[in-house]
Design a protein. Sequence first.
Length: 250
Amino acid sequence: MKKILIIVLILVIILLATIVIFYFRNGNNISMNNNIPEIQRDTTSNKENEISEIKEIPQSYYSKANNQGKLEEFYYDTYESKTYEQKSKKLRKRAIVYTPYGYDKNKEYDIFYLMHGGWSNETASLGTPNNPGIFKNIIDNAIENKEIRQIIIVCPTYNNESQEDSGDYTLAYYTLTVNYHNELINDLIPAVESKYSTYSKSTSHEDIVKSREHRAFGGFSMGSVTTWHTFINNLDSFKYFITSSRCNRQ
């Protein structure tokens, strides 16, 4: 059963990679909301924004690219999820950050925050620096072959006080994914984008909002629930939202 789940996860991640490749390549606008006046809607015709075709990922993309990006462990401070507003309990958390081959701190990069699903953690999508996953190879090869622009990918976790939290469906679905936007916008984004070079001129909320055209959030399964709550609460800071194998919210 575990092997089957791993295979399914890999296939869904590959699908998610395909979506990311084409949306960042074509600059499509997703899930805009008429009720937010400060955000200008994309007035380009739907025909011009359509993806003409979805290509199968070449078999060679599963192997290591000649020019390989780098995975790093990134640590930051946040607060316990259920009592986040009180900020009474500090937590030290880890994210896995991908930087493309030839990363230059003097350049500006698009950034994609990618959330894992249930029974997982921040290493599920890209792996670790010592044990990279297949998805990293796909991204490396897509960049090398100019299928997508160079991009920074951040893999965080909604796990709270334990790495086992994502295996508790009730806790994850009704609490941790619901609350994650607090940690994301207040702690993770400022920490990440103060270290890595993005289009945000600073980590102030004003500059994060101004640079939303170059920021995306997506997730697999329970990560899609996190994506939904990010969309509800942080639409001003992200232009792109990508869900894969989504869990429905009423």
